[in-house]
Design a protein around this ligand. Structure first.
Ligand SMILES: C[S@@+](CC[C@H](N)C(=O)[O-])C[C@H]1O[C@@H](n2cnc3c(N)ncnc32)[C@H](O)[C@@H]1O
Length: 241
C-alpha cells in the first residue's frame, strides 16, 4: 500500500506478528496498512474525535480486506485499550506534551506494552524528558524529513530502563541521534540555527537593540557551540531548515 514516508517509517517500527494500536489514527492510513500488509494480525485504530474516526472507518470500508483486522474505537488516549491487549502502541502527529499526557494517564497500559513508537510534531523535549524520568528505555531514534519538515521518531521499550538525566541538547535533539551524528549535516540544530539567525537579522534590521535580543543571541551562540561540537563545517547548513 502506498504510504507517505513518515507513515512508512512508523509502520516499519511496529512489532510484526503482534497486535498494535494507533492512537490518534485520524485518516486511518497507518492502521489499514498494518492490517492489509499483514504486519499485524489485529489493529486497534483509536481517536478522540468522532469525525476523524469516521474518516478512518470509511478508509477501512474501502479497503475491505483490512476490515477483518482493524477495529475502530472512540476514546481519549489509551482509554480505549485494555491492559495487555496490544504489543505496540503508535502515537504520531501530535505535540510532545500531548503524547506525554496520554502516556502519563495510563501507566498500567503502558507498562504492559512491548513497544511504543512515538512521533511528536512539536515539543520533542517534553516527551524525551518523560521517557527519561519514567525509566523507559529509548531503544532507537529516527529523524525523517517530509515536505521540508523534520520529524523525530522515538522507539521506546516501556519500563526497561533506569531513570536517566539527559542534558538540554539531548532533550532537544535526541541523545541517540546526537551520539550517532558524525561530521556532516545536522538537520535539526542546523534548521534551528538558520531560523534563529534569520530572526536576529530581521530584528536588528527593524532597529531592535542587542540588549533586547539577548535571549535570541544566547540561543544562536548555544546552537553554534553545538554545531562546533558536531564538527560541522561552516556554511554546511545554508538553505536548510
Ligand atoms: C494530526 S492527526 C495525526 C494522525 C496520524 N496519527 C498521523 O500521524 O498522520 C492527530 C489526531 O490525533 C487525535 N487526537 C488528539 N488528541 C487525542 C487524544 N487525547 N486521544 C486520541 N486521539 C487524539 C486527533 O483527533 C487527530 O485525529
Amino acid at each position: 500500500m502506498d504510504l507517505p514516508a513518515r507513515l512508512r517509517l512508523l509502520a516499519s517500527l511496529v512489532l510484526p506478528g503482534q497486535p498494535a494500536a494507533d492512537i490518534g489514527t485520524d485518516h486511518g492510513m497507518l492502521a489499514v496498512a498494518l492490517a492489509l500488509e499483514g504486519i499485524c494480525p489485529r489493529v486497534l485504530a483509536c481517536d478522540v474525535g468522532e469525525a476523524p474516526l469516521a474518516g478512518a472507518r470509511a478508509r477501512v470500508a474501502q479497503r475491505w480486506k483490512s476490515r477483518r483486522r482493524v477495529e475502530l474505537r472512540l476514546g481519549d488516549g489509551l482509554a480505549p485499550l485494555a491492559v495487555g491487549e496490544v504489543a505496540t502502541v503508535v502515537i504520531a502527529g501530535m505535540g510532545g506534551e500531548r503524547i506525554k499526557g496520554i502516556l502519563s494517564a495510563r501507566p498500567d497500559v503502558v507498562a504492559a506494552l512491548s513497544r511504543l513508537v512515538l512521533q511528536p510534531n512539536t515539543e520533542p523535549e517534553a516527551l524525551r524528558a518523560f521517557v527519561a524520568q519514567a525509566g523507559h528505555l529509548l531503544e532507537d531514534e529516527h529523524l525523517l524529513c517530509e515536505n521540508g519538515r523534520w520529524y523525530p521518531v522515538l522507539v521506546v521499550r516501556p519500563g526497561a530502563g533506569a531513570p536517566v538525566t539527559w542534558d538540554d541538547w539531548d532533550l532537544r535533539w535526541g541523545p541517540l541521534l546526537r551520539a550517532r551524528q558524525g561530521p556532516g549535516p545536522a538537520p535539526l540544530p542546523g534548521g534551528r540555527a538558520t531560523r534563529a539567525a534569520r530572526a536576529l537579522a530581521q530584528a536588528r534590521a527593524g532597529g531592535a537593540r542587542d540588549e533586547a535580543l539577548a535571549p535570541l543571541i544566547a540561543e544562536l551562540q548555544a546552537i553554534e557551540a553545538e554545531l562546533a561540537r558536531l564538527s560541522m563545517a561552516p556554511g554546511a547548513l545554508k538553505g536548510r531548515g
